[in-house]
Design a protein around this ligand. Sequence first.
Ligand code: HXC
Length: 274
Amino acid sequence: MTSEVVTETCLENYKYSFKSDILSGKVALITGGGSGICFTIAEIFMRHGCHTVIVGRKLERLQKSSETLTKATGVKCIPAQADIRKPVEVIAAVDKCLQEFGRLDVLINGAAGNFLCSLEDMSFNAFKTIQEIDILGTYNVSKVAFDKYMKDHGGVIIHITALLHLKGTLLQAHVGVAKSGIETLAKHQAVEWGPKGVRVMCVAPGPVEATEGFNRLTMGLTVEQINQMVPIGKVGTRQEMGEICLFLASDMAGQITGSTVIADGGQWMVSGDE
Ligand code: HXC
C-alpha cells in the first residue's frame, strides 16, 4: 500500500511576536517534522534563525517539506529518515545532524502514532506499537541526543504529549498510557539532566486544526463545532503550538523544566460537560 505524500505549506504573512533572532545559530532536531504540528514548529524555529533536521519514516515527504521550509525561511533544513523505534536509525539521524551543523541545541519529540480503538477491540500488537513509537521512540531520541551532545553542552528537550489520560478518554487508552508515560519520563530527565544544563518539558495540545490528529480523532466534527466545546471559543492552531515551543526553547524559559504546558484553551476541564 502506498501512502499519499501530503504537501505542507508555510504560514502566510507571518507576524513576529518575539525578536526574529532569538534562536539564531541554534540547531533543532524535530521528529515528526515532515508534517502537521511539528512541520510548523520547524517553520517557526527557522523563522527565528534556527537550523533544523526533520526526522520521520517517509523520506519523500521529508524531502519535500525540508525544501518548502528552506524556501520560505531562508534557513537550512535537512531531512533525516529514521524509525524512532530503531536505535540504529536514531543514532544515524543524530549523527547526520552533528555532521551537518556540529551542534544540537533543541530536540522536539513530536513523532507519534494514533488511531481510535476500544480496549476491547485492540490487539496485543496495536497497544504495543503505540508504546513503542511514543514512549520508546521518545526515550531513544532523547538518549541519543543527550549522550552525543547535550550532556556536554546543555540543551532543551520538548516532548509533544496530549491530555487524553487526564480523564480516561474513550478509545484512546493506548495513547493516553503512552503520553502520560512520556510526561513521567520528562520529570526524570529534568531531574537527572538538569545539572548538565538540559531542560526537559512537555507541551500538551488539545485539538489543533489542520492536523492529521484532528482529522482522525474528531470523528467528523467540524472546526466550528469543536470551537464551541472550548472555553476560550476556539481550537488551537499549529502556529500557536510552534510559538509555545519557541518560548520554551528560548532563554526566556530558563527556569522552566519538568513541566507540562497544557495548550488546549481549557477544553480538558469541561470535556464531557457538553
Ligand atoms: C485498531 C490498529 C489501527 C486501527 C493500526 N492498528 N491501525 N488497530 N485500529 N485504526 C494495529 C494494526 O492492526 C497492528 O496490529 C498494529 O496496530 C500495528 O499497525 P501497523 O500498521 O503494522 O504499524 P505501523 O506501520 O508501525 O504503524 C503504526 C501506526 C501508524 C500507529 C498505526 O501507521 C499511524 O497511525 N500513524 C498515524 C500517525 C498519526 O496519526 N500521527 C498523529 C498523531 S496525533 P495487528 O494485531 O493487526 O498486528 C496524536 C495526538 C493525540 O498523537 C491527541 C489528540 C487530541
